[in-house]
Design a protein around this ligand. Structure first.
Ligand code: BGC
Length: 786
């Protein structure tokens, strides 16, 4: 009897061993086998992000379901399935550096990340190899802090200056945005971690971002709003793409198979996964069917929904398997799957240096009369005005904010560079700011701190104080600051336009200082476009410093001192007036944002009202976004796209266009004709012959930046563009068409400052077929310029 039971036990043991042996453990080369071995419950769980703290999904986890998140402050995790050797992976924001919590309970160690310059500044460098270096440093922090995917870069188009997240985005031009973004993705991913290029697509306003329907022509969609993403996918294969909150032409992007499969995968060849932006439950079956592989941040109801939709026949297992397969292909690439032992100790000092240097290349000298800059060395009595001089803004708010160890303000920056400031004025500001900070409105915590855009209001400086400063100080520097971020758009008054206080501060200081022959420099510490036309004639110099990251004050001082010669150029137009932008007719600039609604919370008693520009926004301006509009219509601007001055001068010669295998090569020689070393950006705009479609007067199709040229030194830049790059989207033919005929290549220092034009011929019409998808409902009144 004893013998028999031994035999039975052995048999059970053997058979369970053989079952265990047949359960595959995930490897890079057995993904299909793992998919086959998964239960439907496991598959569904893998497609939904892991929200900690719930009795989770009814599945055993490698990590305890209620345990601490793996990386404090990371935005989310994907589900582990220990039975199959599938680990949790960790994803964290964001575009200006990794966003995790700087401290952890019960630990004295800190986990600060580098606050790099905002994306708009990086685009202003027009330097893809520099952006690639920034990406490498950022990606290193992702890897060393145990994160698998950086939820960045963000690359929505600056359709309108008031979008609250423009600082996270690159440009009004998709070609510049796409190329800078691809350089960033390649840099981050060279560390063996992933990126999530976001927000795909049409997330061009924050007001009611969860539900807004962006209604646009297929041509605007393809040429303006998707083009940058297309370039990034083709040039850098991001591991992941984040589908946006909003709808396009009536369908949520997260549920659009046309967008996520037909265009993204079939047309462009995207190989990674798509994850949703941080949404609650929507139509889960539609999301999976669309090719949205991962719902973030994840909720048990979404897993249940997938299961019941399969049961009801609304969702096929084949659709699920495809998403699961892609999820596993993503997971096997991650450091966590590979067992990487991260250090929690990236080289923050080295990265601070990269931040300081990269920021310098993206600062734009807007004005420099009578060589007001660089500053005379060693000045010890600079009158430093503006609260942001003493409290520099390194970056915007929301998920684009980075928890950095410090921010160098302009006071520190100038001091570090050997300058001195007027002590009396400094004390005045410090006292005022300490008082303001002591008010309870600045003591915001948690969620409200995340949303907070509150800045210390500008101090009113008495005219007598200004007159006194004009007598005693050597010169004046004024900083004008702006901040914005996720969840709300900016406003016209007191934001795009200066406040009355700022206006009188600039004019009083300029009047008093100029009256005694002293100079005034304005520094713009801003994340998006502001009005400049009404006051730019007053100061001697204007430096657009953007939000330059944690070393901001040092970088501004480098530029003011002339240690670095500014070489940034505008990645967007600065209009004369806000309303000059045709998109302003359809932008919710009067909307009082409701953070609860904008973050997806249901408001009790809220009424659906189908209000224009809130529930839906008609992109009636069509393709006429930014310089495409201003340059084609001939409407005057304050500063044109591509504009930026230098402390030196450049001469252009030998502009040439030569045919290549798939397009053309543009080349030009740039010579430094001034007295100091400097870099120059050359922008190549193409004008098309008259064809069937109305076209912008010219469009950016290539750009390059010289190395630092010594006085008298030259460099020949070569830039290529393909025939496909020159195409327009013909809706009638559902195709990208490059007309045959005579074109002109315009080599410019800005879109308005063309140094050389070279005619060239496209011999044969080039047609690339696309799919006729994402058609808008009737109702758009598209702007025509000719
Ligand atoms: C933002 C995303 C961000 C995500 C995770 C969302 O609210 O729109 O850009 O990546 O949160 O923090």
């Amino acid at each position: 009897m004893r013998k028999l039971s031994f035999v039975i036990t052995l048999g059970i043991l053997m058979s369970s061993l053989s079952v265990a042996q047949t359960v595959p453990q995930l490897k890079a080369d057995n993904i299909d086998q793992v998919v086959k071995a998964m239960t439907l419950q496991e598959k569904a769980a893998l497609l939904v992000g892991l929200t900690r703290g719930n009795a989770y999904f009814g599945l055993p986890t490698a990590t305890d379901a209620n345990s601490k998140v793996l990386v404090d402050g990371a935005a989310g995790e994907t589900k582990d399935i220990s039975r199959l050797g599938i680990p949790v992976t960790v994803v964290a924001d964001g575009p200006a550096g990794l966003r995790i919590n700087p401290t952890r309970q019960g630990e004295s160690k800190t986990y600060y990340c580098t606050g790099f310059p905002v994306a708009t500044l990086l685009a202003s460098t027009w330097n893809t190899s520099l952006v690639n270096e920034v990406g490498k440093a950022m990606g290193n922090e992702v890897r060393e802090y145990g994160v698998d995917v950086l939820l960045a870069p963000a690359m929505n188009i600056h359709r309108n200056p008031l979008c609250g997240r423009n600082f996270e985005y690159y440009s009004e031009d998709p070609f510049l945005a796409g190329n800078i973004c691809a350089a960033m993705v390649n840099g981050v991913q060279s560390n063996g971690v992933g990126t999530s290029v976001k927000h795909f697509a049409g997330n061009n306003q924050e007001s009611n971002r969860m539900a807004n329907d962006a209604r646009m022509s297929q041509r605007a969609l393809r040429e303006i709003y998707l083009k940058g993403f297309e370039i990034v996918v083709k040039e850098s294969q991001p591991w992941t793409i984040m589908s946006s909150y909003n709808m396009i032409n009536g369908t949520f992007t997260q549920e659009s198979r046309d967008l996520l499969t037909t265009i993204l995968r079939d047309e462009w060849g995207f190989k990674g996964i798509v994850m949703t932006d941080w949404t609650g439950k929507r139509n889960t079956a539609a999301q999976v069917h669309a090719g949205n592989d991962l719902m973030m941040p994840g909720n048990k109801t979404q897993v249940d929904d997938i299961l019941s939709q399969v049961k009801d026949g609304n969702l096929s297992e084949a659709d699920i398997d495809l998403c699961v397969k892609r999820m596993l292909e993503y997971i096997v690439k991650t450091p966590r799957f590979k067992g990487y032992k991260f250090s929690n100790a990236p080289d923050l000092k080295a990265h601070a240096e990269i931040t300081r240097n990269s920021a310098a290349e993206g600062m734009i000298l807007l004005k420099n009369e009578n060589e007001a800059l660089p500053l005379k060395a060693g000045q010890q009595n600079i009158a430093l005005f503006g609260v942001t001089s003493y409290d520099f803004i390194a970056g915007g708010t929301g998920s684009g904010h980075v928890n950095k160890a410090y921010v160098i303000d302009l006071l520190q920056g100038l001091t570090n560079a050997g300058f001195g400031v007027n002590e009396q004025l400094k004390d005045l500001y410090k006292n005022y700011m300490n008082y303001q900070k002591s008010l309870s409105s600045f003591d915001k915590k948690d969620f409200w701190a995340f949303l907070s855009k509150s800045m210390i209001p500008e101090m009113t400086v008495d005219k007598k104080v200004i007159d006194g400063m004009a007598q005693s100080a050597e010169m004046a520097v004024i900083t004008i600051g702006r901040n914005a971020g996720e969840g709300a758009d900016r406003k016209i008054d007191n934001d795009f336009n200066l406040t009355d206080n700022e206006r009188s501060m600039i004019s009083n200081i300029c009047n008093s200082f100029h009256a005694v022959g002293k100079k005034v420099v304005v520094i713009l510490n801003i994340g998006g476009v502001i009005e400049t036309a009404s006051w730019k004639m007053m100061p001697d110099a204007i430096l657009l410093a953007w939000q330059a990251g944690q070393e901001g004050g040092n970088t501004v001082a480098d530029v003011l001192k002339g240690t670095v010669n500014p070489s940034g150029k505008l990645p967007m137009t600065f209009p004369l007036n806000y309303l000059d932008h045709p998109s302003s007719l359809n932008f919710p600039y009067d909307y009082v944002s409701n953070p609860l609604a904008d973050f997806g919370f249901t408001m009790p008693g809220a009424q659906k009202q189908m209000r224009k520009n809130i529930d839906y926004t008609n992109y009636d301006e069509d393709i006429w976004v930014g310089y495409r509009y201003f340059n084609t219509s001939g409407k005057a601007v304050s500063y044109p796209f591509g504009y930026g001055l230098s402390y030196t001068t450049f001469a252009y010669s030998g502009a040439k266009i030569t045919p290549s295998a798939n397009g053309f090569v543009a080349s030009i020689t740039v010579k430094n004709t001034g007295k100091v070393a400097g870099k120059e950006v050359v922008e190549v705009y193409i004008s098309a012959p008259k064809g069937k479609l109305e076209k912008p007067a010219s469009e950016l199709k290539a750009f390059a930046k010289t190395k630092s040229l010594a006085p008298g030194e030259s460099e020949t830049l070569t830039m290529s563009f393909s025939t496909y790059d020159m195409a327009s989207f013909d809706e009638a033919a559902s195709a990208w068409i490059t007309d045959a005929g005579q074109y002109s290549a315009k080599f410019g220092a800005s879109v308005e400052d063309i140094k050389a034009s070279v005619p060239f011929t496209v011999k044969k019409e080039n047609i690339v077929k696309a799919n006729n998808v994402m058609v808008p409902a009737p109702g758009l009144t598209l702007l025509k310029l000719k």
